[in-house]
Ligand binder design. Sequence first.
Ligand SMILES: C[S@@+](CC[C@H](N)C(=O)[O-])C[C@H]1O[C@@H](n2cnc3c(N)ncnc32)[C@H](O)[C@@H]1O
Length: 287
Amino acid sequence: MLAAKTFFETPSEQLTPRMEEDFFTSLMTRNKTYKTTFHDRFSDINPYLLEYLQHHAPPAPRILDVGVSSGISTVELYDDLRQGGLEVEILGTDILIDALLVRVFPKCHALVEPSGFPLRFDLPLVTMKPWVTRKDYYNGLFILRKFVNALFTRRVHRILRNPDNAGISEVKLVTPRALAKAGITMCTDDISRYNSAFEAKFDFVRAANVLNNGYFSHTVLSTMIANIGRYLRRPHGSLFVVRTHEDRANHGTLFRRGDDKHFEVVHRVGSGSEIEDVVLRAEIPEK
Ligand SMILES: C[S@@+](CC[C@H](N)C(=O)[O-])C[C@H]1O[C@@H](n2cnc3c(N)ncnc32)[C@H](O)[C@@H]1O
């Protein structure tokens, strides 16, 4: 596993897709979702989306990609749609984009959320995940992990009390390739909280590997769907919900806002979205 400090200090042209995948996939956020991601995840689906948007969206569609993680698949969607002739602009959002790399001791760093929640600890010879795994209880590693977690986290909180501390560096948990594209913007946003700045601003929303039954209750998912519904322009706004299974097959559903308050199904990929029923039941409030 690559140390967090090494990852952020590596020039972007030297960061390989494998390095990005390994690094982001090993991060678990405070709400217990993983920043799991990998390259070419949607190469089977993007051509269909291109064709759909060519016929059902303006020539310069505004897209919202929620739960982008590292933004690797956002860059790929952007490139595929641009190469297909759409003057697309994408806003990528995630509950965790901005993080802090904190020097806790000489040659020791902690990658943390702005609140101080730990994401990764770099020690002089190893880098470690903060949370204890079942395997740790068999090999005794849980003692070390709990000790490092308690020590580093206490230090981090003390250091963060002084935001001007020279040991704090701001970092973005996003691939530098996304930040370099003029048509892609990344910002922090929680899908479960309505954001009035997004109201009726988007022609298409993609929710890839985030609106999963395993992550959220049906109540939370319904709130998220209702929020997303409000972000879509009418009459053509559409939403694509997809999940990649362990065999790397994608299963998703493309929806559009049907009557004023509900989504309807346009197209299914694989066996469709696992939350299709939640999306169809969700009521989109009027402004
Ligand atoms: C598995 S990754 C999906 C990455 C990317 N969309 C893909 O499919 O390759 C899930 C992402 O959703 C984000 N996430 C979890 N809860 C969220 C919320 N309430 N609002 C916004 N993003 C959230 C996580 O931080 C994580 O980066």
